[in-house]
Design a protein around this ligand. Sequence first.
Ligand SMILES: Cc1cc2nc3c(=O)[nH]c(=O)nc-3n(C[C@H](O)[C@H](O)[C@H](O)COP(=O)(O)OP(=O)(O)OC[C@H]3O[C@@H](n4cnc5c(N)ncnc54)[C@H](O)[C@@H]3O)c2cc1C
Length: 448
Amino acid sequence: MESLLIWMVVLTFVVGGVVFYTRNFRRQRRSDRERLTQTRDLGMDKASGQYPLVDAAACIGCATCVAACPEGDVLGIVLGKAVVINGSRCIGHGKCAEACPVGALKVGLGDITKRDDIPLLDDYNQTNVPGLWIAGELSGFALINNAVNQGCRVIERIAETAGPRSGTPDPDLLDVVVVGAGPAGMSAGLRALELGLSCVVLDQQGAGGTILQYPRRKLVMVQPVEIPCLGKLPRLEYSKEELLEIWEKLYTEYELDIRNGVRVTAVSGQQGNFAVVTSEGNFLARHVVLALGRRGTPRRLNVPGEDLSKVAYKLIDAEAYEGRRVMVVGGGDSAVEAAMGLAHQKGCKVSISYRKPDFMRIKQRNADRIQPLIADGTIEFYGATTVSSIQEDKVVVEGPNNATIVPNDDVFILAGGIPPFGFLRELGVKFGGDQRDIAAVGKPKAAG
Ligand SMILES: Cc1cc2nc3c(=O)[nH]c(=O)nc-3n(C[C@H](O)[C@H](O)[C@H](O)COP(=O)(O)OP(=O)(O)OC[C@H]3O[C@@H](n4cnc5c(N)ncnc54)[C@H](O)[C@@H]3O)c2cc1C
């Protein structure tokens, strides 16, 4: 009798557990379907670089990949199969592919002949323009280790094939100009030093690239990688600040010539004799490595006062704005998330200026969170307005019928970025979508 009782208790737990799990699983799948509709409407289902490629025939819909994704919401299960729901958030960690028990998933670029945002490269990352190379995320492959490896590989190839200089060396003609000082550009620069190539690295912002934009103390996962001038990076996890310090020590110790605040606007000439046109004059180089990343140049408003030091294009540390009067310009997810983060700081008075009357392209979760803050006056929303001038202690916003003066200490312009693809096209670089030219360049690459 007693053992029957024990069995009944055990059975109840088992059945209860199964029912709970099944309900939870179903609820999650329903939410995945809703999320997919939402991200498709917003155009966020598409990845900007590499993304999980699911073999639907092999997928068993177990959702292991969903749980393995460090970014959380890239994958979901719809109609029993894994699907990419939030492709724009995929950073390419590849944990989903590692976790899949049936090998139904790999991370890659897919068919690049349909993509106008993936440059055509040969096996060494050279574009169809001889002497013009691409390294890092601009190639379509995100992650720091890919950027480092590509930066090194490109320089090694240049060193292998450059050959001796002819005639009297021109002291102004560098072996390589690297554009962009993110992980790809810094590695390219350091590897060039190791191989005895003369090199300058130019960046419109500062050394560190996208890492500089991460939130303060973000935990960065780095897959095993060899950094030039250093060797194998000892750990797999670093804080943003630790990682930046490693790079800084290297380029300072090895005296890598990095020029911050130098924006490259054009490249003319040809292999052996390029002129890299910048905001600070021209640089001459035999080879040019573009390590621009894919985030683009922050969109400017081009209004008086935009050059004031109180204007910034990224928010790193919301806590630093306690007690300040801050305006966020923009209406996308990053603008809304920044405004909400600031609104949580003690005494911080937040306003938003957005050119549309309402938020059109933000995630439902953000819409649900920001509306009450606007409704109760925590955040002042100036919809259907544009900023017409920025002054030391105020911002003027123009609406359809009137102008409003908003008292202000700091301005964040979070109005998106201008991707570098148009720039590349101006340089003559072909993309995956230019199918007719594939034969001239070689086989499109499938892996980083
Ligand atoms: C929020 C977030 C979290 C991430 N977390 C991780 C992680 O944990 N682990 C990981 O491995 N990866 C992570 N990544 C991805 C990683 O940061 C990128 O893949 C990597 O930084 C790409 O390096 P890159 O050198 O190719 O480009 P970037 O780091 O983007 O650097 C490009 C540089 O080029 C400069 N530039 C662009 N245009 C010009 C121009 N015209 N003139 C001069 N300079 C120019 C830019 O100012 C920038 O400094 C994350 C990315 C984001 C956004």
